[in-house]
Design a protein around this ligand. Sequence first.
Ligand code: ADP
Ligand code: MG
Length: 463
Amino acid sequence: SGQCARADAILKEFKDKCGTPCSKLQQVADAMTVEMHAGLASEGGSKLKMLISYVDNLPSGAEEGLYYALDLGGTNFRVMRVQLGGSESGVLDRDFTEASIPENLMVGTSQELFDYIAAELAKFVAQEGDRFNLPPGRKRELGFTFSFPVMQTSIASGTLVRWTKGFSIDDAVGKDVVAELSRAMERQGVEMHVSALVNDTVGTLAGGRYTNKDVAVAVIMGTGTNAAYVERSQAIPKWHGPQPDSGEMVVNMEWGNFRSSHLPLTEYDQALDAESLNPGEQIFEKVTSGMYLGEIVRRVLCRMAEESLLFGDTVPPKLKIPFTLRTPDMSAMHHDTSYDLKVVGNKLKDILEISNTSLKARKIVVEVCNIVATRGARLAAAGILGILKKLGRDASRDGETPRTVIAMDGGLYEHYTTYRQCLETTLKDILDGEVSKHVVCEHFNDGSGTGAALLAASHSAYV
Ligand code: ADP
Ligand code: MG
């Protein structure tokens, strides 16, 4: 009908601007490879920080004993303990707990945040029980997964470069996050030594490699997004430390901060960025990850409501509030297979307080979700291709094709089925036919927790 003609026009224009044909994805992948080289060449040489993780040995499988892991990286944080049985028996036992970070602590002071975490850790340690064994005379050891950009100074120390994903605690920037955690643990009476500080991507890489030796890359698609991979240490010009015996070094790309003129950005993305906590930063993250996808959809729907009668003759007030439409709700609507799009109708009513939506309006909503998710998933696949190109794993050599497993994790990848399928299909499509048979994405659920515990074991103060 005429009432929706303007909405249709907005939809069409948005779809055009979000287009990601394979030729464009190849350009994005090539740009990613170029930035990787630049970030490895010199400090500050690229938008990609390409952070040295100090992990030059991934788990061998021989790790043994009781280790803790603490994962802080977004909406939730997890504490876990693992009893490792060595090469014969692998992981003997695991136990974890999860809590959300109260919103006021995400923008408060460093001490408040770390005291809260240490207090939760203290409660968890108190419930250890006798399934877990710590040799007498030994202090408990912890792998700390901290998923924000950190400039590492050793395997167990590093300073926070900046916050992302809705965190903004000014007095923590530039501080050693291990020292901050250790002081909070002391204040809360937790006797524990931090043996490894790792990014969640590095943890996932370690956890993935523990179970599958073909794992060479790890990618997180959650609240934010990031990737890590195993680089030849000789191929890191900015590394002036000793060359590791392994000849390898895990690099935390911080790829969420990637940007390129080849990224298809729209006016909605520009407005979202301008109004965000970190304008101009994390552009790749802002078009691919869970914190932002629902918000992009909201912005498009809001424009449609303003310029057409899509949701009646006034703009629904809730639709004007940033971040009211969350990505899990977007994914629920996108996955609605009922003939009358009942789920979409209910979500619009419950979350945005828009009742009596027409089927036509619901269909438009689903299409907006589809456009935003498809663009994000395809760009994420292009980013992975960029890494494979850097590693020379995008082509066969001397008639041999290496097998590459990409260790995947994160709530977006785990729960947004259509997004995940689109990412995986796109990666196959943009890879050379023969090579695509040898590259697979594999989900490692909470691989980063296990990985951090494994890295704490291999960097134990007692080994
Ligand atoms: P992080 O550790 O970065 O907080 P997680 O890996 O725990 O992230 O993933 C949480 C994020 O995953 C949420 O912020 C949300 O964006 C996304 N997510 C969770 N559930 C769903 C879902 N059902 N559909 C789509 N996205 C989801
Ligand atoms: Mg996480």
